[in-house]
Write a new protein. Structure first.
Ligand code: PGA
Length: 244
């Protein structure tokens, strides 16, 4: 596990974009696993700028997002499809047909989840998975529980996640109670993982996830078992990390 510690959010975003771009330059037809949330917005900004400059191209890239709320269509401004369009897809040369976000409105959710797993496999598997981390250690919407869920599946969101995400909705009652997420197994199959975190509020969970025991109560701790993880932090998020 490699740690890259930047002084601030912009530095974290730049370093994380460099990690992703190095995979894209080595393999222009690569498969990216992507994440939503506040954390990666700056990284997506760097990717948009670098694409405009011609340093990197999404023309032959496929993407798979980690998760999506249940019940929100792609044109809802809090859906993760909408987030990706706004923050990345509409501003780079990606073929939208090659961008995938789980369908949170599928009539048969289990079937959709199976098809999502199959589509990742058919694309050749994920070359690099971008992850944020929740204050409770969740990755994707894999919330703390007593086991590591393996494949893409429907989840009940915890009160902690609903509260954290309510800042983006007019009212907490509008926050969906369910979501669809890649499983821990799906994430662990990615050939490379890059985790981003910034701010003091993430310092405790970063320390627990990466220097504490590997337990499903801290889902991100499983990444200690992955052979190729880069954790990109700002100084605040790294402030409780004892990696000397
Ligand atoms: P955040 O969310 O980037 O908005 O902090 C991270 C997450 O919950 O995975």
């Amino acid at each position: 596990m490699e740690f890259i510690i930047a002084s601030d959010y912009d530095g974290m975003s730049r370093k994380a974009a460099d990690v992703v771009e190095s995979v894209m330059k080595d393999a222009p037809e690569c498969v990216l696993g992507l994440a939503t949330g506040s954390t990666p917005i700056g990284m997506y900004g760097c990717l948009v700028e670098d694409t405009a400059k011609g340093d990197v191209s999404f023309a032959n890239v496929s993407t798979f997002n980690l998760d999506e709320y249940c019940g929100l269509t792609g044109d809802h401004d809090q859906s993760y499809r909408y987030f990706m369009d706004q923050n990345l897809f509409d501003s780079v040369d990606v073929d939208k047909a090659k961008t995938h976000v789980p369908n949170g409105c599928a009539a048969d959710v289990d079937q959709m989840c199976e098809e999502y797993e199959q589509a990742i496999e058919d694309a050749g598997g994920i070359d690099i998975q971008v992850l944020g981390i929740g204050h409770n250690g969740h990755i994707g919407f894999n919330e703390p529980c007593d086991h590591f869920p393996v494949i893409t599946h429907e989840v009940d969101l915890t009160e902690s996640t609903i509260n954290a995400n309510s800042r983006l909705f007019d009212d907490i009652s509008e926050v969906p109670r369910k979501a669809v997420t890649m499983g821990i197994g799906t994430i662990m199959k990615a050939r490379k993982v890059v985790v981003l975190a910034n701010g003091e509020g993430k310092a405790d969970i970063i320390s627990r996830a990466f220097t504490g025991p590997v337990v499903p109560e801290v889902p991100a701790s499983v990444l200690q078992l992955h052979p190729d993880v880069t954790v990109v932090l700002d100084a605040e998020a790294a402030s409780k990390l004892d990696i000397a």
